[in-house]
Write a protein that binds this ligand. Structure first.
Ligand code: ADP
Length: 187
């Protein structure tokens, strides 16, 4: 399916951050990053969409990770295979529940992006697509989340030579897309 908005991109020390409007379950990248919850057992929003499209294998792997290491705290991330998705892997990152901004939400959100990129870098993955972590059911204001997301990804790409070459944000609605476009433009 052709995208309605082809996207916007910006290069950071030879690597690329790009934005597209779309459904992350369709992305042909090395890994998609899911906005998971601490249970790792699936939820609504993008998590539900990823498990529906990717099939039961992903949930089985999440259950095994949970049995081995317990819940994933906010700010953390784990990796599974991509099941039936076009992406090879799913990185499940747990965002903060927004409680007004004074309870470390920005640090936790930044940690999600860093931990997901750390996992991708350690596996040598070259292309990663993120959903807008935290800005759905968890209530993180989109403008604030976009600034944290873009700044954190940009500094990781600039600092780590093993970082993926291409990081794509896949935004599900035009308002979220436009907000991320503002943050990327301001970088
Ligand atoms: P959180 O619990 O971290 O807030 P949500 O899944 O509720 O996570 O929402 C995160 C973002 O993902 C929201 O902007 C939501 O619109 C978006 N989203 C929902 N479904 C998809 C999808 N299929 N592809 C990309 N983004 C999606």
């Amino acid at each position: 399916m052709k995208r309605i908005i082809e996207g916007m991109e910006r290069s950071v020390t030879g690597k690329v951050i790009e934005l597209v409007l779309g459904d992350i379950t369709r992305e042909e990248v090395d890994a998609v990053v899911n906005a998971a919850n601490s249970t790792l057992l699936g939820g609504g929003g993008v998590d539900g969409a990823i498990h529906r499209a990717g099939g039961p294998e992903i949930l089985e792997e999440c259950r095994a990770i949970r049995a081995a290491q317990g819940e994933c705290p906010p700010g953390g991330a784990v990796i599974t295979g991509g099941g039936k998705l076009p992406a090879r892997y799913v990185i499940h990152a747990v965002g903060p529940v927004w409680r007004g901004g004074d309870l470390g939400e920005a640090d936790i959100l930044a940690s999600c992006y860093r931990n997901a990129l750390r996992i991708a870098a350690d596996r040598g993955l070259r292309s990663v697509a993120f959903a807008s972590i935290g800005t759905g059911a968890y209530g993180y204001p989109v403008g604030k989340a976009a600034s944290v997301a873009i700044a954190t990804v940009a500094s990781f790409l600039a600092a780590d030579p093993a970082a993926p070459l291409r990081v794509r944000f896949v935004l599900f609605d035009p308002v979220t897309y436009a907000t991320y476009a503002g943050a990327l433009g301001a970088l």
